[in-house]
Design a protein around this ligand. Structure first.
Ligand code: PMP
Length: 306
């Protein structure tokens, strides 16, 4: 991934992709204390390429840094402008963006107190996080043997680099067992989230999702709340057990990378009809219309890069 053309924004400057390097003694590489975001930009019919919910992603990045006590060397406006610039200057029509704040190689050890926060923003084409057919067919999911983070072991509201060890262990286990994604339970055994997605259930006329105690406060999750409200649903946030997922009519994951993706089975139990259900389909269509600028009522969620 390092050997390609393009530009990466690093500490205030555009750097050729191949030269965007750090030293092996980069602090975050050793201890995992860093924060990042995953953002997407989409082509729209009349406003060119637009970044979806840029303000919300930047706010979460700054909140993540605050939670971990990382001093941000740039203000929000600079980070927003830099994100627009990387999409624009790389000539991308649709893109995934990865802002990352990390400690540099100023010092080693846990006690280092003169570390500087560095910021980089990369962007590339990433059309589909999962198999493209998954949007219709849905994915096979396994309950993970790895528990989701406990709120007093790490900071679950921060999108922190080190938190993703747990996600990667869970995802690899799920894939090795023939599934496409993992469902992680919290330390009490209740449904928390996917390795990089929030989860929703549909049962009868109701939509449920776990409360945010140990989950990331997903921006796609918040978007789905707004879209579901338009359809007349009030999404209920509550504790959910894995067997409730087995007997749901529909279930789906949400995330910037995964977008809205139906779950067709959990632990080998078919969910509903075993494919995308009607409520999931409606929300998914509304989501893709919103991100691609086809819903004038959601125009405020889009920031043009040009
Ligand atoms: N949970 C986790 C653990 C994630 O990594 C993500 C992806 N950022 C999400 C949920 C979904 O968040 P969002 O919709 O903001 O991408």
């Amino acid at each position: 991934f390092a050997d390609r053309d393009g530009l990466i924004w690093m500490d205030g400057e555009m750097v050729p992709w191949r030269d965007a390097k750090v030293h092996v003694l980069t602090h975050t590489l050793h201890y995992g204390l860093g924060v990042f975001e995953g953002v997407r930009a989409y082509r729209t019919p009349d406003r060119g390429t637009c970044i979806f919910r840029l303000e919300e992603h930047t706010n979460r990045l700054f909140n993540s840094a605050k939670i971990l006590g990382m001093k941000m060397p740039f203000d929000r406006q600079t980070i927003n402008e830099a994100q627009r610039a990387v999409v624009r200057e790389n000539g991308l029509e649709e893109a995934y963006l990865r802002p990352l704040c990390f400690y540099g190689s100023e010092a080693m050890g846990l006690r280092a107190d003169n570390l500087e926060t560095h910021v980089m923003i990369a962007s590339w084409e990433w059309p589909s996080y999962m198999d493209p057919e998954a949007r219709e067919r849905g994915i096979k999911v396994r309950t993970s043997s790895f528990t989701r983070h406990h709120v007093n072991i790490t900071m679950c509201k921060a999108k922190a680099c080190g938190n993703y060890i747990n996600s990667m262990l869970a995802l690899r286990e799920a894939i090795d067992s023939g599934a496409e994604e993992a469902l992680l339970l919290d330390n009490e055994g209740y449904v928390a989230e996917g390795s990089g997605e929030n989860v929703f259930l549909v049962r009868g006329e109701r939509i449920y999702t776990p409360d945010l105690t140990s989950c990331l406060d997903g921006i796609t999750r918040a978007t789905v709340f707004a879209l579901a409200a338009e359809l007349g649903y009030t999404i209920e946030e509550r504790r959910i057990t894995r067997d409730e997922v087995y007997i749901a009519d529909e279930a789906f994951f949400t995330g910037t990378a995964a977008e809205v993706v139906p779950i067709r089975s959990l632990d080998g139990r078919q969910i509903g009809e075993g494919c995308r259900g009607p409520v999931t389909e409606k929300l998914q269509t509304m989501y893709f219309d919103a991100v691609r600028g086809k819903r004038p009522e959601n125009a405020a969620w889009l920031t043009p890069v040009a």
